[in-house]
Design a protein around this ligand. Sequence first.
Ligand code: GLN
Length: 447
Amino acid sequence: QGQVSPAEVLEAAKARIRSCQSENNAFITVTADQAAPASASSPLSGVPMALKDNICTKGVMTSCASKILGGFQPPYDATVAERLRQAGAVCLGKLNMDEFAMGSTSETSFYGPVRNPWDLSRAPGGSSGGAAAAVAAGEVWYAIGSDTGGSIRQPAAYCGVTGMKPTYGTVSRYGLIAYASSLDQMGPIARSATDCAAVLDIIQGQDKRDGTSLAGDYGRLLEGLTGDVRGLRVGLPAECFGDGLDPEVKDAVLAVAGVLKSRGAVVEECSLPVMDYVVPAYYIIACAEASSNLSRFDGVKYGWRAEGYEDLTDLYRKTRTEGFGSEVKRRILLGTFVLSTGYYDAYYKKALQVKALIKQAYDEAFQRYDLLLTPIAPTTAPKLGESLRDPLKMYLSDIYTVPLNLAGLPGISVPCGFDSRGLPIGAQLIGPPLGDRAVLNAAHGFQ
Ligand code: GLN
């Protein structure tokens, strides 16, 4: 009595997707023909979810929101998709995103922009904007996104939901269409830290098919969550609360510090003297890797092919010219430039050296603190179109999220209030490598 059956949950999710899709455009493909699993074998059994459209799904189009992958149906499932299916998850489709996960607003999709459920004239953030919007609108209980420089955490913040980027190497990247392989991680966007923990318990763990997958048992996450933060040492890096940060966002994030303190954490200001360098280092490394990763899309092996070519070179040229959008082309050009002879040392090698210094600064901070607390983004969700007019401003807005990818660290975005326009604000809790449980625990303690 009073229990909801998996079939009823599934019907409710499908109905919600039908009514929201025309408003927020969160999905690229809806696969609502799924049946509810008969028995509950895991906490996720029968729970409707969806995957970002850069995660390979056998026989279901995986487009990266790009024209060039139109119609591409992978012959295999990503490890994440496979593990979730085995746990009884019900996948209702593929979620809209920035083309090839390059962007911070989910506006560069070939399938049209995603709109923020809190205000349809605004962006949901990106690149996993469809994932955050679908969870915020109640279309699915959770979604899997990817995070190369903030793409799980920042849309979660803009949409008022919780998103976690786990430690690099804990979730297999097998079947994730690569943007920048040394930075890419998949993770959950859900309604709470506990839901994120339940999803991570299923998807994390070593995978032989990903060479960067970490060996060993990293422990169960959900079981360990008590929310107890007594004695926890939390650092507030001064560089993350200075110029450029919207005062309403600042106040909301500092209020999180207040709550953690009132529950027994020890909160202190600290210093991360590398913040000026994180955005340039990130964009050089991400674009360099992207230019190499995206060279495989040539009209021969995957998806869409241009018509009317004269020879093989012309086929490559026409397909890539017509198949990639302008943001992707900008990054391929930039990445090719920084890797080219004569510039490699000045840009790419230098960026890798800076990356090492950034990692070192975080390592030092974690000798004194268990966790760090920062904003996710300098502002709340921008109006649609604003970032397309000023890409440099958009790149700079990634300042608080990209260093975690450069250093391989776990981080979570937790909703912490609203600005005066009623738009959600997110706070970021950051942990040392494999400190995922401490991050989730503090987020749970705050929520
Ligand atoms: N906004 C960042 C970029 O455009 C991060 C994107 C991501 O994490 N996929 O590169």
